[in-house]
Design a protein around this ligand. Structure first.
Ligand code: AMP
Length: 425
């Protein structure tokens, strides 16, 4: 038997109803903040992620699904392609390529699958789903303002509340900018020099190539060492500090609770200033529901114009998991309103009636005229239908049908014209 590939899975009903519920709420909430949907390709040039996410990140280093796409024709060039491991780089590429600033398109959201070759675990997959948004625009268009950071974070709090997810925690940090980051990196390198040999292999490498990434380390033995390292909060320049204070002041004013965590540096290289993460206790080890931050230099790193921006990515798999605790997916699923049971030779009449009823937005399931009545009743019950309706020759002739309520057992004869209303009622 051929099975789904390790780290991938099928999303089945009734769970898919919960996914749809989440996505509908997202569209509704994001729209209220004037975000519009963008869909970018699922694979991109490998270089986009190397430059946009960062060569030294775990994602680019170890987790990408990359292949050489060979030229098929003289006119084509072969190139290295990668399944997108995240969507911010793709959105910013699209922003640059399509000159979205000319069209005033600076608030965009996306939903879709992402791919990382991570060790699969509960809540960690190789194909997983992210919902994200990016607010990006030319300098002095407001896209660099702390008000944008706070608006995005407040939008997320609103979304989680709307979904009925309680007990979330919001952690905030500022990771500074190019200026202070250089000084911080220098201080980190110095502090790591005497201790790095006692750390894990990854950290020994990071200490040399990109010391900030040491804060991504999850190895328990390394944590006491990491605890004692200098923190970015000690190095923020005046601009970064003022920005960070303004974000906090707005969040306090609009009533979004948060705590500060100066170890939070996030997994991607391009972040500047505000970084944040929402966690949820019920999720266990993989407790991060979403993360985001500001990336003021990303557009330029990808060869575009200056375009400060801020965004986030929600792990939809985990969002749905935290919902499942309280909301059984079964309750989201709309069962058939009526099951049509055609008697011998009556498939066409049943199809005609089903068409009429569906025009009234009823959910209709249709049996088959080879079924005996007993089998139709069993099928109707199994499908969870509220009513069963018999479509026989007599019924069609008098244009009235026997309609039985499968819950109460009540059976009535209803004229064709009144059927939809009776079933809806
Ligand atoms: P990141 O793009 O790494 O900042 O991740 C943003 C969010 O995506 C995380 O907070 C997780 O909820 C989710 N996420 C990241 N990697 C995975 C994965 N392998 N499986 C499931 N969810 C993931």
């Amino acid at each position: 038997m051929i099975k789904a590939v390790r780290g991938t899975r099928d999303l089945l009903p009734p769970d898919t109803a919960l996914w749809n519920f989440v996505e509908a709420a997202v569209r509704d909430v994001f729209r209220a903040y004037n975000f519009q949907e963008i869909r970018t390709p699922i694979f991109e040039a490998t270089e986009l992620f190397a430059r946009g996410v960062g060569e030294e990140t775990d994602i680019v280093n170890k987790e990408m699904f990359t292949w050489d796409d060979k030229a098929r024709a003289q006119s084509e060039k072969g190139q290295s392609l990668t399944l997108r491991p995240e969507n911010t780089a793709g959105v910013v590429r699209a922003y640059i390529e399509n000159h979205l600033w000319d069209r005033g398109l600076n608030k965009l959201y996306y939903m879709g699958p992402q791919f990382r070759r991570e060790r699969p675990a509960k809540g960690r997959y190789r194909q997983f789903y992210q919902i994200g948004a990016e607010a990006i625009g030319p300098p002095a268009s407001g896209s660099e303002s702390p008000a944008r950071d706070a608006e995005i974070i407040e939008m997320l709090a609103t979304l989680l509340d709307r979904l009925g997810i309680s007990g979330w925690n919001l952690e905030l940090n500022s990771v500074g900018c190019a200026n202070d980051r250089a000084q911080f990196n220098q201080a980190l390198r110095k502090a790591l020099e005497p201790v790095k040999d006692k750390m894990c292999g990854d950290c020994q490498r990071r200490a040399v190539t990109n010391p900030l990434r040491v804060f991504d380390c999850k190895v328990p033995e390394d944590q006491p060492i990491i605890e004692k390292l200098p923190r970015i909060s000690q190095f923020l320049d005046v601009g970064c500090r003022t920005h960070f204070e303004a974000v906090q002041a707005i969040l306090a004013r609009v009533g979004v609770p948060f705590s500060l965590n100066d170890r939070l540096v996030r997994g991607l290289d391009y972040y500047t200033r505000t970084a944040f993460e929402f966690t949820h206790g019920a999720l266990g080890a993989q407790n991060a529901i979403l993360g985001g931050g500001r990336y003021d230099g990303l557009s330029e790193a990808l060869g575009g114009p200056a375009a400060p921006g801020i965004g986030f990515a929600i792990g939809e798999d985990r969002l749905v998991m935290s919902l499942q605790e309280k909301t059984p997916a079964e309750s989201m699923l709309r069962k058939p309103d009526v099951y049509l049971a055609p008697m011998a030779g009556m498939n066409a009449e049943a199809a005609k009636l089903a068409r009429e009823l569906r025009r009234h937005h009823l959910v209709v399931e249709v049996g088959d005229d080879t079924f005996r009545l007993k089998k139709s009743f069993e099928a109707a019950t199994k499908a969870g239908a509220k009513y069963i309706l018999i479509v026989g020759e007599n019924e069609v002739q008098v244009d009235a049908f026997a309609l039985k309520n499968l819950v109460s057992g009540e059976q009535v004869s209803v004229p064709r014209a009144a059927l939809a209303q009776k079933i809806q009622g």
